[in-house]
Design a protein around this ligand. Structure first.
Ligand code: B12
Length: 474
């Protein structure tokens, strides 16, 4: 018989894709982590309540035996406030997700326990400790989950009518790219772990929607595996979208299978139209000279291209904004996101900038890729933020939307419009304080769940952490 309640909370995040924008719906909400946590909790012993503060208010009076909070860096401060309130009422709190995984010592000032990295292999110990009234400290598995037999995410807990994208299926974890600004390789490793295709299909068939977002860091990371998944997807009537890298998105067989199996959109981290910039951040896979032809090719398969770009790299000067947008408009990207480079704690960019004394604000709320928390190399912070805002204005100007609109061909026009309207409105309402004031740095150093492979980076991480706590997976 169920006797205990676990309250899982996603704190509010003021991001342009998350804030409910049209018809009371958010474009996305980052709930995959909590649905995975809920999946691991035995249903016969616990009732799970899920609150996404982006769409509803938190019931602080709910009688829970444990509160679990997930957060990225930009909304971890709100997570800490929530944790403090529940703990003041005597409710134990556990935190997880990317920020707490990289900064467990900081998080432990606000909660009783932190899960570092994946929850699946430590949940039993956590729940045993809950029964014994002994939930405290860090929980970290000494190995990564093989991704076989993973429990089905609890889609039944989701208020589906409040999101445009409501299913987040992971077919793999890990990534072969070691991009310096990204947390993925230090959270999930540089090797792919794959879920068995039949388990992926089972999840998709039972998630309650035929529109699927594949949440892999890089669905097209290797040549054969995505083809297996796409062959299995064929004929089932799904529409799906995924984040992929540019190299294998150029493979006709891959695109053919994608189109045949229901792919409607690919999000691709192009990041920059400068090859030397891409090299400097270890995104070796991207070749800017191929970008325009790639967009055209993907279009020819009826698939929308959502281009993800970043501004503020050391090679960027003030010409980067107009040049990038001109390129994006001419190549007829369907949608673009322009992020400000952000040194997330524990990433290689963080250590580089920290060593050079270039990080200005350590206020995590500002780490939303819309504000400038560091000193750019070739422009002022103000120029970077204004340039980013101008890029959004230009790319989502009505004239640009009209000239890029797919009047003919098989791309889905309704989906195209939804993305353009959400991004246009989100970017325009996103004008917050652009260059935050300096703040003192945190007194605890981040520590990635997985140490970097390269010896010099390992040394830099350990040095910054003063020797650092172990053990770490390699
Ligand atoms: C898919 C994805 C998205 C999707 C999310 C879709 C969704 N519904 O979840 C979308 C497109 C919305 C998205 C948006 C953004 N994202 Co994103 N995203 C990812 C990606 C590639 C995978 C996340 C995912 O789904 N993981 C699957 C789940 C199952 O894994 P998980 O969340 O890690 O959860 C596991 C553990 O952490 C743990 N856990 C998690 N929460 C909790 C809670 C408790 C209580 C416990 C015990 C355990 C626990 O258990 C889970 C299962 O093992 C990650 C990369 C990564 N490695 O995390 C980046 C990542 C999380 N994103 C990132 C960023 C920066 C963003 C954006 C700011 C980008 C932008 N410019 O807009 C926005 C922010 C949106 C917002 N609302 O604030 C960064 C965050 C860095 C940081 N330190 O904060 C990451 C790490 C990528 C990177 N660049 O480094 N993202």
């Amino acid at each position: 018989m169920r006797s205990r309640v676990i309250h899982l909370i996603n704190p509010k995040t003021d991001s342009l894709t998350t804030r409910p924008l049209y018809f009371n719906r958010a474009l996305y909400s980052p709930l995959a982590g909590l649905l995975a946590v809920a999946a691991c909790i035995p249903r016969d012993r616990y009732e799970v309540v899920l609150t996404d503060e982006n769409i509803e208010t938190i019931d602080f009076d709910l009688k829970a035996d444990l509160v679990g909070i997930s957060a990225m860096t930009s909304y971890v401060n709100r997570g800490y406030e929530i944790a403090d309130r529940f703990r003041a009422k005597g409710v134990p709190v556990v935190m997880g997700g990317v920020h707490a995984s990289f900064m467990p010592q900081e998080a432990l000032r606000h909660c009783d326990a932190v899960v570092i990295g994946e929850v699946e292999l430590v949940i039993d110990k956590l729940l045993d400790d809950l029964e014994d009234g002994a939930v405290r400290g860090t929980y970290k598995s000494d190995k990564l989950h093989p991704m076989v037999g993973m429990p089905m995410p609890r889609y039944d807990l989701l208020k589906k009518h409040r999101y445009v994208n409501k299913t987040f299926v992971q077919t793999s974890r890990g990534c072969h790219q070691g991009c310096t600004f990204c947390a993925e390789p230090l959270m999930n490793g540089l090797k792919f772990r794959y879920r068995p295709v039949e388990e992926v299909m089972q999840e998709m068939e039972n998630c309650g929607s035929r529109n699927i977002s594949i949440n892999d860091a890089d669905f097209f990371g290797t040549p054969d595996r995505p083809k297996e998944v796409m062959r299995a997807l064929k004929g089932r009537g799904f529409r799906w979208q995924a984040g992929v890298t540019s190299k294998l998105a150029n493979d006709d067989r891959m695109l053919e299978l994608a189109a045949e199996s229901g792919c409607t959109m690919m999000s691709i981290g192009f990041e920059s139209i400068s090859r030397s910039t891409l090299k400097s951040v270890h995104k070796h896979v991207n070749r800017p000279e191929t970008f325009a032809a790639l967009v055209e090719k993907i279009h020819s398969y009826g698939i929308i291209v959502f281009g993800l770009f970043m501004f503020g790299f050391d090679g960027d000067d003030t010409s980067v904004f107009d040049e990038t947008v001109r390129f994006n408009r001419e190549a007829k990207y369907d949608a673009c996101a322009y992020s400000v480079l952000t040194p997330y704690p524990g990433t290689l960019t963080w250590y580089e900038m920290k060593r050079a004394g270039r990080i200005v604000s350590f206020d995590w709320t500002k780490y939303d890729q819309g504000q400038v928390v560091f000193r750019p190399a070739q422009m002022s912070g103000e120029e970077l933020r204004c340039g980013q805002a101008r890029a959004y204005d230009d790319f989502y100007a009505w004239s640009s939307i009209a000239s890029r609109f797919p009047l003919s061909g098989p791309r889905r026009r309704a989906q195209w419009l939804i993305y353009n309207l959400f991004m246009r409105k989100g970017a325009r309402t996103d004008r917050i304080e652009s260059v935050p004031a300096p703040t003192p740095e945190p007194d605890v150093a981040p520590m990635p769940p997985i140490l970097p492979v390269k010896r010099e980076w390992r040394a830099a991480v350990l040095e910054a952490a003063g020797g650092g706590p172990g053990p770490h997976l390699s």
